[in-house]
Design a protein around this ligand. Structure first.
Ligand code: G3P
Ligand code: CA
Length: 268
């Protein structure tokens, strides 16, 4: 069974819980990560921004509006101020059928809190967002991971992956610690990349994260030609998961529904 293969094996298809089990609970909250863990995901996916007082926090947008209703930026607030915001009620309003009063108590978690809670038992797939906005973000990230024993030499292979759309950020991480597996995220328009581009990415990264709508058997073949892993984001319909898996070559899927993906992988 695939479980025994390394998380980074080209034979393995990893289940990446996008912002936690964000189809079931408010994204990037402890509840969303708890659900993901229960659903048997391989990775908790965490997007990072940095507060005014230099704390790394799990949130997708630079702006707080969408997930907290507050008109402001993460970078203008201290962690203490962020903790006053309600990061769960928006989900109940948007998803009345999934609404749960428990979600209203959810706060924006710091990376340190997440790592404290889940420790070295789970695997983390961490995205450096908007690095140009936050000087010092990469050093802070590596320090936090190291403090939580996630960069130990004898760690499980692939237990922490760092991903970014920013090649410069990934190259910086690679320079500081070449042992950390990196995923270069691609935008939709980058589906025209050539073998030469993928060879350049392979100098520092172990794979690419591509929007699944951009993927097709030819592109997957081209990427695999440079021995890069291919992780597809963000796939929420079972038919689309099956399609990608039928093509072959995809080695990971980001999904808001890790339970759906786990069922499909189990049956194959
Ligand atoms: O990190 C892969 C995927 O999550 C990128 O899109 O916008 O959801 O972070 P986004
Ligand atoms: Ca992400």
């Amino acid at each position: 069974h695939e479980e025994s293969a390394s998380l980074l094996s080209p034979e393995r298809i990893v289940n990446i819980a996008h912002r936690g089990a964000s189809g079931h609970a408010p994204e990037h909250t402890i509840r969303s990560y708890e659900y993901a863990k229960k659903m048997g995901t391989d990775y908790l996916e965490i997007d990072l921004h940095m507060t005014a007082d230099g704390e790394l926090v799990a949130i997708h947008d630079q702006k707080l509006q969408r997930t907290t209703g507050y008109d402001g930026l993460v970078s203008d607030m201290s962690l203490r101020d962020l903790k006053r915001l309600d990061a769960g009620s928006w989900f109940n309003q948007e998803n009345p059928k999934l609404a749960n009063p428990d979600f209203e108590k959810m706060k924006i978690p710091s990376l340190a809190e997440i790592l404290d809670q889940f420790g070295t038992e789970v695997n983390y797939y961490i995205e450096i967002k908007a690095p140009s906005v936050y000087p010092g973000m990469i050093d802070e990230l590596l320090e936090t991971l190291s403090f939580h024993h996630l960069l130990e030499e004898n760690r499980r292979e692939g237990s922490v992956i760092i991903q970014s759309f920013s090649a410069a950020s990934l190259k910086k991480v690679h320079q500081l610690d070449a042992s950390i597996p990196l995923i270069q995220l691609l935008h939709q328009k980058q589906q025209k990349l050539s073998e030469v581009d993928f060879e350049e990415i392979a100098q520092y990264a172990i794979g690419v994260g591509a929007p699944y709508q951009a993927l097709n058997p030819d592109l997957i073949h081209k990427i695999k030609g440079t021995d890069l892993l291919v992780h597809a984001y963000t796939v929420n319909q079972s038919e689309e998961m099956e399609q990608l898996l039928d093509w072959g070559g995809v080695t990971g899927i980001f999904t808001d529904y890790p339970d759906v993906l786990a069922d499909i992988l189990e049956d194959r």
